[in-house]
Design a protein around this ligand. Sequence first.
Ligand code: GLY
Length: 563
Amino acid sequence: MKKYSILLTLFICYNLLGQNNQVIDPFNYSISKNDTFSKGSVASAHPLASLYGVKMMQEGGNAFDAAITSQLVLAVVYPAAGNIGGGGFMVAKTGNKFLALDYREKAPSKAFEQMYWDENGNPILEKSQKSALASGVPGTIAGIFETVQFTKLPFKQLIQPAIDVAENGFAITEREANSLNKLAVEFKKYNHHITAFQQKNNWQKGDTLIQKELANTLKRIRDFGLKGFYEGETADYIVKEMKKGNGIISKEDLKNYKAVWRKPLITNYKGYEIVGMPPPSSGGIIVAQLLKMVEDKNLDSKIFGSTESVQLMIEAERRAYADRAEHMGDPDFVKVPVETLISNSYLKERMKDYDSTKASLSKNINAGSIKESEETTHISIIDKEGNMVAITTTLNDSYGSKTVVAGAGFLLNNEMDDFSIKPGVPNMYGAVGGKANAIAPNKRMLSSMTPTLVLKNKKPFLVVGTPGGTTIPTSVFQSIVNIIDFNLSAFDAVNLPKFHHQWLPDEVFFEKDFNKKTISELAKMGYTIKYREAIGRVELLKINNNFIEAVADKRGDDSVAGY
Ligand code: GLY
């Protein structure tokens, strides 16, 4: 009897101290770049989002519970990209089933193809990128409520951390302080009220960011579910904001918004199962194309970062992005030839003119420049039951349209710029598109977001994804081959420098610390070289037998947590 009571006391202490009673202090937290865990883990763009997600797993939830909490906390602590005013995609595994959830924003019902052209037919980029007219109908909250069917804990419990942190505030990091200071002029220009993101003096590391209006919006969502966002008071605030900024999202647009289950894109690479997001994201197709284009070219016998391996990968990237521009758009509006685009025969044909001694040439039209930005954000999650969740979500640019909904306290996306606002005219990522991605009422804009799962022998192997606009699929591709072909550790696969080619502009972008010898040899072969800041912010979980290796990208405040 005595033995039993000691065991029971130990069990209760373990649960209280070690598992269920983890105290998270929003004013005192630290960044953890990599760690190993035995049960569950979250890697995300902010330590608080990772920690609160893991807390839900420790309180009896699974990866889907964690996904909801982490997303909502990110909307509070990482307003540049975490959001309730944007949209996203989730690729997940539950039991033996794969899921692909599309909660991408939609064009408002009053949208039309030439809505961002001036009277001479020239696109006005400020209109598609800034202010209320740049916003698509937000999808994030609809996506979250579709996910609820897989959760274990009450929704009220999942949303409470986000409410508390919005209401009571949290200490901002140096990076956040700098990014808010950088945006001060635009917040003033694109808002008719003082937002929570503005203060008299410059923001400093450690300052408290309190978002009372956002807390109240989250409470309405807690109390009224979908209707707390898409109808009633929140919808009133959104429509009022539209009127002030010449936006066109209506109450009906909000009420009619639906998240959509899509068929996950499953391909095979060297025996690994790759599970990706189908259109309206281009990400899953591009990663599948890239892997298949290099599959028979002995990448594993080449060296990471060498001229040989980089040149092959650039040529694959060039071809995949040319297909993106021509063939991809919202599958509910245009026929996307998915099966053909990822078929072995088609991709063999695409690489037929590949020459390992020189650069191919992209058609030299309408080249644009790639903007450096940390828009979009990714969360990778695994739980002790083997559920895997990869979510990429976005406002598009950093802080989206820069417009905060007065009264509701959240930023609206500027996702309309992801449409091809005029055929051949580059968007803010320098990507061009055609008819397939032209604006139409209620259509979803093409995305590059690439939440991805990789399985080995049917068992979880990688959960991976990243922000980075059009660089997203290439970062995911490079992270995967870094592990499978170049045998790099998970940490190096994420953190070693990356490169990017997207057909147009016909330039290869390198991170500044990339191997200089390779770069000068590629220049001699005819490649136009450009340097840029960070490519991606990858969150990667690698599952090795029974432990999880979690890595958060060095390029941001990204942080892992687990237990
Ligand atoms: N807004 C970035 C993307 O969806 O690709």
